[in-house]
Design a protein around this ligand. Structure first.
Ligand code: MGD
Ligand code: MGD
Ligand code: SF4
Ligand code: MO
Length: 761
């Protein structure tokens, strides 16, 4: 097993790759797995990954096809599961050897590489080290702090989207029975803009398409998404679309490898052949230009209909199933080409070419991810792409629809289970009825507002179930101070991360079982359930011996803590829940629509799909119809000498956790502190490839936010844009720089300047 050291920053650059996956993907997956765990455990995890009786891949929320291949996973899925299945261990003597200050000086990479957490640990007030604590004492500490609060709203219950449906349901039940809706989650920083836009226009916050729709579509837009790295098996699905005669248009400021060509490692053609070309047209858009692009496409559609009435728009659909068309159309005709070209950086000919493709396509899907949601005008952008789909009736028909591609493997399920600071009244009423209590009515705090509340002394206990709050959130220095000002911080985690080294006065680490671990409770072996991006709900069963005998499952931790905190205050059968997860699922089936006979249906191989009423033209909006919206034109504009920076993922990281220092497809090796900029922009800025720079963000509060010592890499990025990795650049995102309506941090649209550091080469 390789020694655990912080890798040296030793940048080398090769040309960006023009295809994704193929044989190297398999080799990289195996190499990372074997650096973490034994060949036997690697074989066990990989052979059960995404199989109907196996482990749901924690890598992302892309669904599995119904006919499963024996190797139904991708390079990154294999790396994620074996990062969890690692045989390295963090034991209590590790914490006596390293002070918290010392650990705080280590990199995110180093912390993760230490291995699985094995014992509950506490940092007591004024102490420099974590020390071991018994589970019962840990629950006492938390319960006492929670009960000592002046109001339940001084507590925050954060979750990240790896948490199972069962644990998520219990967490929100516990928080609400305790008396607060403060349930911030990673989704606030992720697809919240999608939820906001889709709820308003279609009456449901979820995507409408299935994998079969993807295969059947005539035209798929992949916008603001890098599937080759973040949803690799989406490329197998797009390959099928292409073979069935469909087309793909990719919209991105970066020429991402997976958007260009894909070599499917599941077949010989992919392993040794040329693979499949993915995008028929690639639009290298300027950051934040997508609103203008869809506005332009909508204007072209309206004009084409005027020229040949009845031949372009789906008038029947518009009449029967939508409202707001007239006002929208009046507004949409006024968009100017000058604005569109400035915002998108595209030529009119390129956009007209897309328009022709649209006219020739009866069934259209738009897929998107963080490139749309993490912008100031993310919500209007998504509303505008809904307008685009509504115009030709592309909602509620086979091969067509909206496809927000989710990140965390169960982020969508967590929302379904009630993890949201503002669940609607019908959910709250059903929850209260089932458990005989009155859930709090006041909306809770989301992630950004949770940071503000801690900063301002209004929240004093932070309780995190999974995730790495301090590195996932914006304005890192502000967030760190906010967490440090808490009376108590608690993290339920599988692996060590920065959120364990940024501590409240008292801090607890509660180690838990991961997806891959066998979960045995009083009634026998348990499984949990998850919901993917296409609303398929299925079971996940851990296969490995748990990382330590001291671990408790998330469900067990929540049940014991809830009992200890709430006592007999509310009659919730926590002990039965812990003993048998079927009991939790029975209750879920009585509270949440679509889960009738949950236990019976989940027993079927592959589980079941939750209905999306949109597909029957039933819209949960006040009018019962889909809503055309009027969206003001808006674009990102950096003043002269500045660039628009996006913070994104490398191929070798999982959210806040780097697995290695490489980003193979983009040709970046052995370094993460790099900033990718178009060579023409570098010329204009008087900078050269490999210059060492500080990145400084510019925001109207006048505070200087600086990320030091980044190497400039000349890269074919859209003009005026820059790209660098998250979480190293989160320090640059101002806490108040959020998307309108959704309050999502604008991680893809930060105005920056680059300042030469003391250049030494
Ligand atoms: N291996 C791996 N897989 C993952 C994750 C991981 O960290 N590692 N994370 C998971 C999670 S939680 C999520 S949310 C997803 C994220 O999946 P993605 O959204 O693909 O992730 P990002 O790396 O943030 O990439 C954003 C993409 O949007 C493009 N982009 C940026 N700004 C714009 C814009 O203004 N317009 C357009 N059209 N494009 C833009 C970027 O160039 C980039 O290609 O991945 C999930 N899967
Ligand atoms: N600048 C910038 N910031 C961003 C983004 C961006 O693109 N740019 N992306 C945003 C997005 S899309 C997201 S989703 C968030 C992600 O934010 P989070 O979800 O909070 O962060 P992760 O890095 O996914 O959390 C990793 C940690 O989760 C724990 N963990 C893993 N598996 C389990 C498990 O099964 N159980 C438990 N209890 N713990 C587990 C491990 O301890 C691990 O260290 O970050 C957001 N922040
Ligand atoms: S596409 Fe996502 S869910 Fe599927 S195997 Fe890869 S990482 Fe796992
Ligand atoms: Mo995400």
């Amino acid at each position: 097993m390789s020694p655990i050291e912080d890798p040296k920053d030793d940048l080398s650059v090769t040309p960006p790759k023009k295809w994704a996956a193929g044989a190297p993907a398999v080799a990289h997956a195996i190499a990372y797995s074997l650096s973490q765990t034994s060949p036997a455990r690697t074989a066990l995890t990989l052979l059960s990954l995404n199989q109907t009786k196996g482990i749901d891949c924690p890598g992302c929320a892309w669904p599995e096809p119904s006919h499963r291949h024996r190797n139904e996973y991708c390079e990154n899925g294999a790396k994620h599961i074996n990062d969890e299945a690692t045989t390295r261990r963090v034991t209590d003597d590790f914490f006596s050897r390293h002070s918290i200050d010392e650990l705080d000086g280590k990199s995110d990479y180093w912390l993760n590489q230490q291995g699985r957490l094995t014992e509950p640990m506490i940092k007591r007030p004024g102490r420099t080290h974590y020390e071991r604590i018994r589970w019962t004492d840990a629950f006492d500490v938390i319960a006492e702090e929670l009960r000592a609060l002046d109001s339940p709203d001084e507590a925050l219950f954060y979750t990240s989207g790896r948490v199972s449906n069962e644990a998520a349901f219990l967490l929100q039940l516990f928080a609400r029975a305790f008396g607060t809706n403060n349930l911030p989650d990673c989704s606030n920083m992720c697809h919240e803009s999608s939820g906001s836009a889709l709820n308003e226009t279609l009456g449901t916050g979820k995507g409408s398409v299935s994998l079969d729709d993807i295969y059947e579509a005539d035209l798929i837009f992949v916008v603001g998404q890098n599937p080759g790295t973040n949803h690799p098996r989406m490329l197998s699905a797009l390959e099928k679309t292409k073979r069935n005669g469909g087309h793909v248009i990719a919209v991105n400021p970066l020429p991402e490898a997976g958007l260009i060509r894909f070599k499917n490692p599941q077949n010989a053609r992919g392993m040794i052949g040329r693979g499949t070309a993915i995008a028929d047209q690639f639009l290298q858009i300027r950051p934040g230009g997508d609103l203008a692009l869809f506005q332009a496409l909508n204007r072209l559609l309206l004009e084409a209909e005027e020229a040949q009435p009845g031949s372009v728009l789906d008038q029947d659909f518009i009449r029967s199933h939508t409202t707001g068309f007239a006002a929208f159309a009046e507004r949409a005709r006024r968009i100017s080409w000058e604005d569109v070209l400035a915002a998108t950086g595209l030529s009119r000919a390129e956009i007209e070419q897309v328009h022709q493709q649209v006219l020739g396509s009866r069934k259209i899907i738009v897929c998107w991810a963080m490139g749309l949601t993490q912008h100031k005008h993310g919500v209007p952008t998504i509303r505008e792409l809904v307008n685009f789909l509504l115009l030709r009736g592309n909602i509620g028909k086979a091969g067509a629809g909206v496809c927000p591609v989710r990140g965390h493997s169960n982020v969508q399920g967590d929302r379904t289970m009630g993890i949201w600071e503002r669940m609607p009244k019908n959910f709250m009423d059903a929850l209260g009825r089932e458990f005989n209590f009155t859930p709090p009515e006041k909306h809770g705090l989301d992630s950004v507002d949770a940071i503000r509340a801690m900063r301002d002394g209004h929240a004093k206990v932070f309780f995190g179930v999974a995730g790495n709050f301090v590195r996932a959130t914006p304005d890192s220095l502000v967030t760190e101070d906010a967490l440090r000002s808490c009376r108590l911080t608690v993290q339920i985690s599988t692996k060590l991360n920065r959120s364990h080294t940024v501590c409240g006065e008292t801090a607890l680490i509660l180690p838990t079982l991961g997806r891959s671990d066998r979960d045995v409770q009083a009634s026998g072996e348990q499984f949990v359930t998850v919901e993917d991006s296409m609303s398929e709900v299925h079971a996940s069963r851990g296969r490995l011996e748990p990382a330590s005998a001291a671990l408790l499952s998330e469900v067990a931790i929540l049940c014991r803590l809830a009992r200890r905190t709430l006592g007999e205050k509310v009659a919730i059968p926590w002990e039965e829940f812990e003993a048998d997860y079927d009991v939790i699922r029975d209750r879920i089936s009585r509270v949440i629509p679509g889960f009738d006979a949950f236990n019976e249906r989940i027993a079927k191989p592959g589980g079941f799909r939750l209905p999306n009423p949109v597909n029957d033209h039933v819209f949960g909006t006040p009018s019962g119809k889909a809503v055309f919206t009027c969206n003001e034109f808006s674009m990102l504009d950096a003043p002269e000498g500045h660039l628009v920076l996006q913070s994104l993922r490398s191929h070798d990281q999982w959210n806040t956790i780097p697995y290695a220092m490489n980003d193979r497809y983009r040709g970046i090796h052995n370094a993460r502190r790099v900033v990718l900029v178009n060579p023409a922009d570098l010329d204009e800025l008087g900078l050269a490839d490999r210059d060492l720079v500080d990145i400084i963000s510019v925001w109207h509060d006048g505070v200087e936010r600086r990320a030091e010592d980044f190497r400039v890499v000349a890269y074919p990025a859209a003009r005026g844009s820059a790209a660098a990795y998250y979480p190293e650049t989160n320090v640059l995102v101002p806490l108040d720089s959020v998307a309108d309506i959704s309050n999502t941090p604008t991680s893809k649209g930060v105005v920056v300047r680059l300042e030469l550091a003391n250049a030494v080469n």
